[in-house]
Design a protein around this ligand. Structure first.
Ligand SMILES: Cc1cc2nc3c(=O)[nH]c(=O)nc-3n(C[C@H](O)[C@H](O)[C@H](O)COP(=O)(O)OP(=O)(O)OC[C@H]3O[C@@H](n4cnc5c(N)ncnc54)[C@H](O)[C@@H]3O)c2cc1C
Length: 534
């Protein structure tokens, strides 16, 4: 029989015999009764109270006796059943080449790429259109933006193959319970060149440099399976009749289309406006805005790993901090932590600017950063003729004010945390910050008072939780405005728009996902839903 054994603690330098020995202890059997261990999950436990850092593994292993010892009946040991086909797996295998219907996927971010891949391997020959350049072509555009302040509004940090996830931290955090789809996604990434750690780590990370080679290989697979990919192809309009999608307009040309996965991400505000004009159902959604905070990675490592800090086996440490609402001050939480990474500027519209964080696969840069966000909702911003677009206008205002406050040229507004708290602006920023095009700015000219007030009250006690991290070492960058979508494109339980049949909004832009993994699996789900109707 094959067993699944959880919570198998091993030293960081483990090998198969060590794993078998630890599993045998857990089960209460001789190591000789066990064979063929396979790690299916691995999480690091480097808490200072441990005698040494360990990995907690979940391991599959063959057990060569007919029955388990009584000591092995805890929930930590499961007998594995034969794998049955998941529903999504059987959908994937349905061949659709006979139908002659060609679905279109709009957007080549994680959601669109995975939707197109699913449709392609099912035989549906999808057309994938993307407004920006291919991954290879994006690099020079992004370098030009960061170095010279020249924005290509169609191909930039947020637009182009790989979507917003390409120049990102590339952490593949998955909070969803959809294990089948997550496993399929990780296996595909691995097949396209991601390190095998993505198959087992509880919090896998790939890094922007690795994504630049993985994404083109994924595109090649879509094409090899019968899909077509067109870059520099922007969806301008959709045409529907009697609540059914009939066609789309791409670069001025009408394309007949009754089934479309719309995976445009939440930066595509022009698409939201076009959908609103055409009466597609949208709903306002709460989101969050704030700042990005940068501190020395060595201090984060010491706070998290204690005396184990500096071990080359541990990698750069991460953190998650939250502060509850109190005394009229809103809640605040850290988001999208990028260990050993850098702070970057992003824009997809001329004269607007937002911040974010990214890292490379080694996460070896000297500073770590994370967003510190304050929740906002429709009651916080001015009304709009189309209520679902009020949040979009609110984001735009903060981004426009940030661009202006930093003097244009897509420089990033920044402030030492101590200056922000004391409401002063130093003429310079500390040497060695990760964002060379940052300039000192008063954030109260950019962010609303309720946000700056919350950040003033929340950040110092939150940093206190990271023992040894000093307020004086922290630098803030602003504004963080695009942590999640400000609206939902309302969907039926079958996954298409509630009033435009055949239009399948997917990923972060639809408002139903946030992050690379959840967007990717939402794209897969959209493709499966679409396939059911063909
Ligand atoms: C700098 C940065 C770092 C991040 N780091 C992480 C991280 O470490 N981990 C994580 O999980 N998440 C991270 N995120 C968030 C993550 O990237 C997004 O959640 C994810 O990319 C959303 O996927 P998506 O496919 O829904 O949308 P997107 O990735 O936004 O992709 C949408 C695509 O649609 C295209 N498009 C838009 N409009 C049109 C149109 N009209 N016609 C044709 N194409 C169009 C765009 O060009 C884009 O390529 C980061 C984001 C940024 C910006």
């Amino acid at each position: 029989m094959r067993l699944l054994v959880h919570q198998v603690n091993v030293p960081l330098t483990y090998d198969d015999p060590t794993i078998l020995q630890r599993v045998s202890r857990k089960i209460g059997c001789d190591p000789d009764c066990l064979a063929n261990p396979k790690i299916v999950r691995r999480s690091l436990d480097a808490r200072a109270r441990n005698p040494e850092p360990v990995y907690a593994l979940t391991v599959e292993v063959d057990f060569n006796l007919p029955t388990l010892p009584p000591s092995a009946t805890s929930p930590a040991v499961e007998i594995m059943t034969d794998p049955t086909e998941d529903e999504h797996l059987s959908t994937r295998l349905r061949s659709l080449s006979e139908t002659g219907v060609r679905p279109v996927v709009v957007g080549a971010g994680p959601a669109g790429l995975m939707a197109a891949y699913k449709l392609a391997i099912a035989g549906a020959r999808p057309l994938l259109i993307e407004r920006g350049d291919d991954a290879e072509g994006r690099g020079p555009k992004v370098a030009q933006f960061w170095n010279d302040g020249i924005l290509d509004p169609e191909s930039n940090v947020l637009y182009g193959e790989g979507g917003a996830g390409l120049f990102s931290d590339g952490k593949l955090t998955a909070r969803s319970k959809e294990r089948g789809r997550i496993r399929d996604f990780m296996q595909l990434l691995h097949a396209c060149g991601a390190h095998e750690n993505v198959l087992i780590d509880a919090e896998p990370h790939v890094g922007s440099d690795a994504l630049l080679t993985i994404v083109p290989r994924l595109r090649e697979r879509i094409i090899a399976a019968g899909g077509e990919v067109r870059f520099r192809s922007r969806l301008e309009a959709i045409i529907s009749e009697a609540g059914q999608l009939r066609a789309i307009v791409v670069n001025g040309q009408e394309i007949a289309c009754t089934h479309c996965v719309l995976a445009v991400g939440h930066s595509a505000r022009d698409v939201y406006e076009m959908l609103a004009e055409r009466g597609v159902a949208l709903q306002p959604k709460p989101f969050a805005v704030g700042v990005r905070l940068e501190i020395p990675q060595s201090a984060i490592d010491r706070a998290q790993y204690g005396r184990f800090a500096g071990s080359p086996l541990l990698g750069a440490a991460s953190f998650r901090l939250t502060r509850r609402e109190e005394d009229g001050v809103r809640s605040c939480y850290s988001f999208c932590m990028c260990p050993g990474g850098k702070v970057i500027s992003c824009s997809s519209e001329p004269g607007l600017l937002t911040t974010n964080g990214m890292s490379y696969s080694k996460r070896s840069l000297p500073l770590g950063n994370a967003a510190f966000l304050v929740p906002v909702g429709p009651s916080d911003y001015p009304e709009h003729a189309i209520p679902s677009l009020a949040g979009v206008e609110f984001q735009r205002k903060l981004e426009r004010d940030a661009f202006a406050a930093a003097g244009g040229g897509y420089k990033v507004p920044a402030a030492r945390l101590v200056d922000f708290l004391a409401k002063v602006i130093s003429p310079t920023l500390p040497e060695g910050g990760s964002c060379p095009y940052a300039v000192p700015v008063e954030f109260r000219n950019i962010l609303p008072e309720f946000v700056t007030h919350t950040l003033e009250r929340a950040i110092p006690p939150m940093l206190n939780e990271l023992y040894g991290v000093k307020v004086k070492d922290a630098v803030l960058y602003a504004p963080e405005t695009r942590s999640s979508s400000p609206l939902w494109i309302t969907r039926n339980p079958e996954g298409d728009s509630v009033n435009t049949r055949g239009l399948y909004p997917a990923g972060e832009g639809a408002g139903y996902a946030g992050g690379i993994v959840s967007s990717a699996i939402d794209g897969m789900r959209a493709a499966e839903n679409l396939l059911k109707t063909l």
